[in-house]
Write a protein of this length. Structure first.
Length: 532
């Protein structure tokens, strides 16, 4: 390898006030060290960072390019005064050494990334009619909780858990077929992944309807659909089953906050002579002949490498980053035809005081206003006033500061909370491409109305938090689009439908030589799904 060297870590405050406040080393900057790159990775989300760290462990010199001023994708954090929030990490399963993915993460971070359990119950559900249910951190306890809540449905519960195990058992061969080149993919699918593909082609609603006639149990079994972003009538049952399996042994949160994920993985990249460039806006992937050779930034600068990995999302890559002559090819049109998962809004809350005494905890809280799991989004429209807004059908609430054992609340007992719900992209689309903080009075009025209504709905559920509230702000899909650039502001990328998993082109190896895909759109959603 030519001119391999480790770049010096940064500790200045020029790019990330949150990190400088903690006085921690950083392994990213706007400048990059000289030398030849083996691989360029576009995007520093979980998929991009994992690919870069794995290549670094194999001795490759990797350049990660991130358009935002903070790396990490949906694992990054941001700060307002003395409050810090994550933007996408609320609970992660399968991160202990009892799982393959946990051991892989430990190896890629030299065991520097530590995880804290959310407790014996990681998700708490509050349904209409006063029904409450906690999802515990063991398969046996999960079964017992479901049977206790639905005593006449033991057979349906057992059937569901059996099918979850069957899906999980079929996944290893499925992932092996994803690695195969497209020309071998059809044969590999037929020989190795026929069973897995059958699960992917079955819809969640159909699968669960065959297990139980109880409509409330059906809703409970698929009540975590917001972890992958597709309602039961649309989603692939395999994705539903994989999410259940993912959390069978509980949920975890990174010690030190979700920003530690980027810090630990990108340190591995730097230790091998690689680096992460922030504020690097990739305009186009350079293709000479039929082979990727590097990238061109919006500034006009060209950077070259032996291979390019796009972790910016498969759809975003096809739509924005490929040279125009490739976008019209059949495989690109096929990928471009897939639908994105819903967009979302998030309330970021800061509190002063004992929020545990007010009902908050490390476990996530799901407040369902309906037994109908097909409400995929809060029915808001552009410029709707708060007086005419309906309630959001589901609120997902997280308290990051209570999950992190390293969090120091100080004398004022400062804590953070987040409230998430899905929204239609169409309500925000007109503001796409506008500048942050310069989106006009109509946008600010709409955003303010959303914030006030969502906050009121949340505080009606947890009124004890009202006197402790110190800070409130709302992020919208326009913010998501600006900072992370997923298609239509979707936090999960391509919707996990049977059509998605039937697409033969959705695999790590692209039809363009030396161009690869990484991230959640290639395999599955969430931290671990994107990592795979």
């Amino acid at each position: 390898m030519n001119e391999q060297r480790r770049a010096e870590p940064r500790t200045d405050a020029s790019d990330n006030a949150s990190d400088s406040a903690k006085n921690k080393e950083r392994y990213w900057s706007r400048k990059i060290p000289p030398g030849r790159w083996d691989t360029i990775v576009i995007g520093s989300g979980m998929g991009g960072m994992t690919a870069a760290a794995m290549l670094a462990k194999l001795g490759k010199r990797v350049l990660v390019i991130e358009q935002h001023y903070v790396p990490g994708g949906f694992t990054h954090v941001f700060k307002r005064g003395r409050y810090e929030w994550d933007v996408g990490v609320h609970a992660v399963g399968e991160v202990t050494r009892h799982s393959l993915t946990g051991r892989l993460l430990a190896a890629l971070t030299d065991d520097k990334l530590r995880w804290a359990s959310l407790g014996p119950v990681y998700d708490e559900f509050y349904f209409p009619d006063g029904i409450e249910l906690g999802f515990p951190d063991s398969p046996q306890a999960f079964r017992e909780a479901l049977v206790a809540a639905f005593p006449g449905e033991a057979r349906g519960v057992d059937t569901y858990l059996r099918r979850v195990r069957e899906v999980a058992g079929a996944m290893r061969s499925y992932y092996l077929t994803r690695i195969a080149p497209k020309r071998l993919g059809t044969l590999a699918d037929a020989l190795l992944a026929r069973k897995a593909r059958g699960y992917f082609q079955e819809r969640t609603a159909d699968a669960i309807a065959a297990m139980t006639d109880d409509p409330r149990l059906r809703t409970v079994l698929c009540s975590q659909w917001a972890y992958y972003g597709s309602t039961p009538s649309r989603s692939s049952f395999a994705m539903q089953a994989l999410v259940t399996k993912h959390f069978l042994h509980g949920g975890y949160y990174p010690e030190g906050g979700s920003g530690e994920i980027a810090r630990c993985l990108l340190r591995t990249v730097a230790d091998a002579g690689g680096w992460t460039r922030i504020r690097g806006d990739v305009e186009e992937i350079l293709v000479e002949g039929d082979a990727a050779v590097g990238v061109r930034l919006a500034s006009g600068e060209e950077l070259r490498a032996s291979r390019v990995i796009s972790a910016a999302g498969v759809m975003a890559t096809v739509r924005r980053l490929l040279p125009p002559r490739f976008r019209a090819r059949p495989w690109a049109r096929s990928l471009n035809s897939l639908s994105p998962a819903p967009a979302h809004v998030c309330l970021y809350l800061g509190f002063k005081g004992d929020i545990r005494a007010a009902g908050a905890g490390a476990a996530n809280k799901w407040f369902y206003g309906t037994w109908d799991a097909e409400f995929d989004a809060w029915a808001v429209r552009e410029n709707m006033s708060k007086e005419t807004m309906p309630d959001a059908p589901v609120l997902y609430c997280s308290f990051p500061s209570l999950k992190d054992p390293r969090h120091d609340p100080g004398a004022e007992q400062r804590h953070t909370g987040e409230v998430v719900t899905f929204v239609p992209w169409s309500a925000f689309e007109r503001w796409r491409g506008t500048r942050w903080h310069k989106r006009g009075d109509e946008y600010e009025a709409f955003k303010s109305a959303l914030q006030e209504h969502l906050l009121a709905q949340f505080l009606a559920r947890m009124p004890g938090l009202r006197p402790l509230l110190d800070h409130v702000e709302l992020s919208t899909p326009v913010s998501t689009d600006h900072f992370v650039r997923p298609t239509q502001g979707s936090i999960y990328g391509i919707e996990p439908t049977p059509e998605r998993f039937a697409n033969p082109w959705l695999r790590p190896r692209s039809p363009i030589k030396n161009l690869y895909f990484a991230g959640s759109e290639v395999s599955g959603v969430g931290v671990i799904g994107a990592m795979m």
